[in-house]
Design a binder for this molecule. Structure first.
Ligand code: PLP
Length: 279
């Protein structure tokens, strides 16, 4: 596999990352995941704008994010993924610095930049049946708007979901559902789509943004408003949204069966409309 590493396209085996890298020592870095459908990147500008913002918020002096469009295209073509479904991973850390100190290193320290493309299978079966989610306490920091590589609470929550036969873990902060471990959460109440307001407590998902646009086109009202955990049993439908998940129906929340236990009609309409945009 050919990957991109610090300005070069090289075989993955040749990548060398210093043990002094702040990504390794402090999770001091940011990332993005972008889908490619039939060789075409989906909403790449939105993803690169978010990457730029994450870098800015953490004051990491990364490369010009606009270059990633060309880099991504080359990775997809050179690894023969131009005719299929693929995903692209980009990570930028504050670079390697010694001795290990919390304070930022010298301004001249070059960032560590890594990107690769990989074949991606969409979850077609789960899209049809829907998934169960579990609710877990949101133990994350209060800058969830930054796509940081510090994902331990997310990984722990996702593992807990797996061990409970669920497809996603959804965080609850102060009695309110915020978002999933790697998705945004939405519910339908009386034909209106409700999702947590864009804030520092969630990642502003690109899929969430696209689904909002679709809702506008289909005249489905969207309300950015907190959903209380205690009210989730009143939801007509639930779904989670993400780059690799797309529009995934949620048919069970903990022990509660959502609606009749099948993916809801509005959810399926949004899933279909989303598919039409990417295929
Ligand atoms: N929320 C979190 C915590 C995520 O990690 C992700 C994606 O990885 C999302 C939401 C969904 O964002 P997007 O639709 O841009 O993939």
């Amino acid at each position: 596999m050919i990957v991109y590493f610090n300005n070069r396209f090289i075989p993955k085996e040749e990548v060398k990352i210093s043990p002094d890298d702040r990504g390794f020592l402090f999770a001091d870095g940011v990332y993005e995941v972008i889908r490619s459908y039939d060789g075409k990147l989906f909403r790449v500008e939105d993803h690169l704008n978010r990457l730029e913002r994450s870098l800015r918020e953490l004051r990491i002096k990364g490369p010009d994010t606009k270059n990633f469009k060309t880099i991504a295209d080359k990775l997809i073509q050179d690894n023969h993924m131009g005719n299929g479904d693929a995903a692209l991973y980009i990570q930028i850390t504050r670079g390697a610095a010694t001795p290990r100190k919390h304070v930022f290193p010298d301004k001249e320290t070059p960032p560590t930049v890594y990107a690769y493309a990989y074949p991606f299978q969409s979850p077609h079966e789960e899209w049809k049946k829907g998934i169960k989610v579990i609710l877990v306490p949101d133990i994350r920091w209060t800058r969830c708007d930054i796509k940081s590589v510090g994902l331990l609470p997310n990984a722990m929550a996702c593992q807990q979901a797996r061990e409970n036969g669920a497809g996603e873990a959804v965080f609850v902060r102060d009695g309110v559902i915020t978002e999933g471990s790697h998705t945004n959460f939405c519910a339908i109440f009386d034909k209106e789509l409700v999702t947590y307001p864009k804030s520092n407590y969630i990642l502003a998902g690109i899929t969430r943004k696209v689904v909002s646009e679709i809702c506008r086109e289909l005249n489905i009202p969207v309300r950015e408003f907190p959903i209380f955990e205690k009210d989730i049993e009143k939801a007509d439908e639930c779904m989670v949204l993400g780059t690799t998940t797309e529009v995934m129906p949620v048919v069970q929340v903990n022990d509660h069966i959502v609606g009749d236990g099948k993916p809801g009609p509005l959810t399926m309409k949004l899933q279909q409309a989303f598919r039409e945009r990417v295929t």
